[in-house]
Design a protein around this ligand. Sequence first.
Ligand code: SF4
Length: 328
Amino acid sequence: MLPRSNWTIEEISEIYHSPLIELIQNANQIHQKNHILGEVQICTLLSIKTGGCTEDCAYCSQAARYNTGLNAEKLLSYERVIESAKIAKDTGSTRFCMGAAWKEVRDNRDFDKVLKMIEGVSEMGLEVCGTLGMATENQISKMKNAGLHAYNHNVDTSEEYYSDIISTHTHKDRMETLKNIRNAGVTICSGGIIGMGETDADRIKMLFSLATLKKHPESVPINALVSIEGTPLEDRKEVNTWDMVRMISTARIIMPKSMVRLSAGRLSMSKEAQALCFLAGANSIFSGERLLTTPNPGVNEDQELFNLLGLTPRPSHKEKFQSEVRCS
Ligand code: SF4
């Protein structure tokens, strides 16, 4: 049976605003019913086409119009991507996400190259995810045939606050791509960013837009803004730990079966704060020194965190499936 998707904004708001200890405890109970406590998936996110993006997302270092010191690069070669995927696998990642600074996928030679990359990474036994901008159902089907497991397309924030952050495409455009991903039979990875100047109501509405999808996104990344010099959000204050914990707990309660990803912003979080996020239901992190273009804790630091908290890395769906087949 699918988890409920008829949430109201009022219900989500009540959960979000509940006393913190009670909120964490409820989220933890739901987490334990649906997942293995302490099992955390390690993912790697590689930028395969950096910078020069036509869009104006106010938080992004890759928008061509902001002077962030980032140079536009060409699409990485197949060999570079495969080499990075091997390193990711050797250092414990079971999911490999490839990101391109594109407004949308175009049916051209670069897309054909990306299809080959998807094929190559999938053959290595990694869950392959793509984040390449808006895409049609047909394009996502082609990626699925090449071995794509998930497609990331964040809704970022509420529909109401969206135009304050991005003017070159709309929240509706994002929802349209989510529909295309679902129709193509690929799993959805979609979440948001907090700390961009939005209100609690915007955060609640962002979660509402995901939790009321007939089938919830299989993966929900919760990001804390990493403010980048040269972007319109360069002066935003660091997100407070309690806000992250509140968001993660709420996401866990209203989307119980989804993977909740503790994503951007971990570098400035203490180990204690991250531990609270895991207790509240986060069960995935991005590993590696860079998250697309922003700094992230390194592999060794995460290894220490796993040892300290007694976390275990979650196998990829493929490994899980294979071991189930072997056991039966
Ligand atoms: S977030 Fe994506 S679409 Fe927006 S500017 Fe950055 S690369 Fe472009």
